[in-house]
Design a protein around this ligand. Structure first.
Ligand code: ZN
Length: 300
């Protein structure tokens, strides 16, 4: 019997989203719970509880997208910046608990798989996806295949000795420190004081507030610097910007990001970079985790 449904799980810094995913990437029975962050054990329990509510005879596999560095050989979440998961063999834990084949990938990779196969990157052979949310993640498709080695796209330096990065990252001036939703929160606080956040910043920009538009253009500028570097390394022609903040602020980030990305690209005519908004919105990670589960099934 061919399996047509899997469970996709997107573990985020603030919430866990899970749902049934079919081969075309359609999502049903979406469930969301807040991510507990007090200990590793409660995170793993919360993931399993969310999955348990979706398991049925129809479900053939489980796919996990986690904000962690993944060792694919063992299916282990090796380290994570924004949640307490270190050296957890999640693929085995979850697979054995439910008696189902299980796939695991970094959340940025999962979002990239989804946008590449069923979203804004359909038909492309070279692309990168950047997810601007609590942190900054991403994934790279090279020559028609996902690059599965470590690709911490959010932790490249765009401002040498710049503002400190977040969570467990001790770096400075990383893309995540200057272009994440959290970075936008700080930009809003700088303008309007404590309590102002990225949502307010985007809302004010939409109303035509010049200071808000300029603050977002400034974030876009730094995003463009990173994109220019990525294009020089990977030679990708398409850059997809997703994540909660990335999608909401896209129209304000894109013009300056494109201008700077083109300036930094060594061969702008040979590689005319395009920056587009993610099509699958906040569900990209969940859908990609599901598509990954179908792959895990094929590998059985
Ligand atoms: Zn960092």
């Amino acid at each position: 019997m061919e399996a047509n449904r899997v469970i996709g799980v997107d573990l985020g810094g603030t919430k866990i989203a899970a749902g049934l995913v079919d081969r075309s990437g359609k999502v049903e029975s979406l469930r969301e719970v807040p991510t507990p962050t007090s200990s590793e054990e409660v995170v793993v329990d919360a993931i399993c509880e969310t999955i348990a509510g979706l398991v049925s005879d129809e479900v053939a596999a489980i796919g996990l997208g986690v904000p962690s560095t993944i060792d694919q050989a063992s299916g282990t979440a090796v380290s994570s910046v924004n949640i307490p998961l270190t050296d957890v063999p999640l693929r085995t834990l979850v697979g054995e608990r439910f008696g189902l084949p299980c796939g695991i990938d970094n959340d940025g990779n999962a979002a990239a798989i989804a946008e590449w196969q069923v979203g804004a990157g359909r038909g492309t052979r070279h692309m990168i996806m950047l997810t601007l949310g609590t942190g900054v993640g991403g994934g790279v498709v090279i020559g028609g295949a996902l690059f599965r080695e470590i690709a911490e796209l959010g932790h490249v330096v765009v401002v040498a000795d710049g503002p400190p990065c977040q969570g467990r990252c001790g770096g400075r001036g990383h893309l995540e420190a200057v272009a994440s939703g959290n970075a936008a929160d700080r930009a809003a606080e700088k303008l309007w004081g404590e309590g102002a956040n990225a949502e307010l910043l985007v809302g004010r920009a939409e109303e035509g507030d010049q200071a808000a538009v300029e603050a977002l253009a400034g974030i876009g500028h730094l995003l463009g610097a990173a994109i220019g570097s990525f294009v020089n390394i990977f030679g990708n022609e398409l850059v997809i910007v997703g994540g909660g903040f990335g999608v909401a602020a896209f129209e304000f980030l894109e013009p300056s990001a494109l201008e700077i990305a083109r300036r930094e690209t060594v061969e702008p005519d040979a590689l005319p970079v395009k920056i587009v908004k993610a099509e699958l919105g906040a569900l990209a990670g969940l859908i990609g985790a599901g598509l990954n589960a179908f792959e895990a099934l094929g590998a059985e």
